[in-house]
Design a protein around this ligand. Sequence first.
Ligand code: NAG
Ligand code: NAG
Ligand code: NAG
Ligand code: NAG
Ligand code: NAG
Ligand code: NAG
Length: 569
Amino acid sequence: MILYIHYQKGTLLILLTVSLILLTSLTQAQTSSNNYALPPPMITGIPQGPSNNTYPNPEYARLVAYSLYFYEAQRSGKLPTNNRVSWRHDSALNDGQDVNLDLSGGYYDAGDYVKFTFPLSWTITTIAWGALEWNQGYQLANQTQYLMDMVKWGTDWFIKASSNTNSTEYQYLYVMVGNLNIDHNYFGPDTNIPTPRPSSKVDTSSHGTDAAAGVAAAFAASSILFQSNDSNYSNTLLTYAKNLYAFAETTPFTLYQNSAPLVKEGYSSTNYADELVWGALWLYRATNDTTYLNKAVNYFNSNSFSKKVFNWDEKSGGNYVLFAQLFQQSGQDSSRWKSLAEKYLDTIIKTSGGDCTFTDGGLFWCDGDSDDASLTVSLGAAFLSLVYSPIATSNTKSREYINFALSQIDYTLGKNPLNTPYVIGVHPNSPQNPHHAGAHGGSDMNNPPQTLNILYGGIVGGPDKGDDFSDSRSDYAHTEVAMDYNAAFQSLMAYQMINSHTDPYYVNVPPGIPKRRKISTGVIIAIVMLCLLLLIIAAVLFWKRKAIVDWWKRRRQTKSNGHYEYGSY
Ligand SMILES: *[C@@H]1O[C@H](CO)[C@@H](O)[C@H](O)[C@H]1NC(C)=O
Ligand SMILES: *[C@@H]1O[C@H](CO)[C@@H](O)[C@H](O)[C@H]1NC(C)=O
Ligand SMILES: *[C@@H]1O[C@H](CO)[C@@H](O)[C@H](O)[C@H]1NC(C)=O
Ligand SMILES: *[C@@H]1O[C@H](CO)[C@@H](O)[C@H](O)[C@H]1NC(C)=O
Ligand SMILES: *[C@@H]1O[C@H](CO)[C@@H](O)[C@H](O)[C@H]1NC(C)=O
Ligand SMILES: *[C@@H]1O[C@H](CO)[C@@H](O)[C@H](O)[C@H]1NC(C)=O
């Protein structure tokens, strides 16, 4: 009996120890505090005061404003006197000289100094779209002026980059300034940007259907935004939109990288049909001219679209939502488009298996597209869900789309396993080392080790599929910032400005990033197997306890009979 209990105790002890090790390694959440002190925000126009769930919410106003500040920090060319980004200077003033044009201005695409037209056109369109839906958000945040300036800085450059001639004349669109191979050998300030910076274009003899239609969409969407504000500018934008769309429709249809090979390493387009639909839809929204709506329907019907991601390359998700909006607005039967839009959104919010899924922490994730810049994928889907939600076919669906979007917003703002808001400059846990040459402020990537300028409002690429993130400047897949990464976010914050009656998630997150101990699945399986084995042994011992005790008694008896004289004392 005693022996049996000893066996049991031993087994229990081993089991307990193993379980303890397992448990602690899985759940250990020591916090590492850092001493990153947030400097006073040097940004004007933000309502001040404690947030405390007040409405309109000053913290959401800060997010609207910071994101616009991030865009200001991406400006290229001659800066205006009201420039707020002290570490930015007039730069790349000679852009376009190689082709006898003034192509200075516009925006640097990311943490580098190259300018790309095609992804910028999606950024401008998405921000203009969000501003048309949720204009009041910018007013509540006192940011309308900055919003208009942000869009205009882009459209002013598109004007410089496109010919604005009709299809009987020579047409062109510049799609890139700079060379990635030259630019990426340099990680320093904007005062010494390496040259040459070649200008790449598509034109009458080498087409770029996607790029031309994409910029036409940006012109058209912006022209609506400026209609009530500056009708002259709005009309100018619309003329450019029409001419560029006519250029996009010239055959043969061509992917723009085939005419401008330097863009290939950065932003190759996979399809042009989605942009032909997208451009026509935006022109219809800007003009009410049904010719454009018919074009959109025809291009839609004669092509197939299947991708889930809504981003700089892929507009089909946006097209479903726009079709549904525009048919409904003009009083036509929108049922076909609503059912397409809902089928699209439902595969996102109820996703299981396939290319797209949710991370354990709840981030919408699509293999391939999310590997770099996971948050763009998540926030793009959230944006479309919210734009569509008011016209959903039922209140239940509408609520589902809103809830999905809010979950992605919350994740981005800190409701994730690392308690990290992926917005720079809003919380001690925010990323501090974005892959951004200007913000870093040094002469090369590692010198100095710290980041000298805070790039307020920049959204970094984001976490990996395991919800992990390392705040490392060299890890550009996760820590770079870019024009398109902030586009959906910018609009979502305008939505929250209008709709949220609570603080953004990070407001109640204490400083300190939980350390997650990583154990490989192999180790976990081994430990579980070991526990099972020990349990089986314990069970067998328990089941056979009588036999074991009897056997031991017999053995003892034999032993004592053999070696000791029983009772010899
Ligand atoms: C709005 O912003 C302007 C600067 O753009 C500032 O002068 C003004 O005080 C702000 N108003 C409020 C209510 O914060
Ligand atoms: C926040 O608001 C609540 C409810 O209105 C109030 O009781 C509390 O004192 C406020 N806290 C701060 C720090 O202002
Ligand atoms: C194109 O523009 C030229 C010059 O502005 C004009 O003469 C011509 O009629 C236009 N053609 C079309 C098709 O709009
Ligand atoms: C255009 O918008 C800006 C910024 O909101 C404003 O200052 C200006 O007065 C507006 N102009 C017109 C004509 O509405
Ligand atoms: C209208 O806009 C164009 C292009 O921005 C500009 O050149 C022109 O001077 C403007 N005209 C007026 C009357 O403001
Ligand atoms: C187009 O029609 C809609 C709905 O009838 C209207 O709200 C909008 O102002 C019109 N847009 C233009 C540019 O005429």
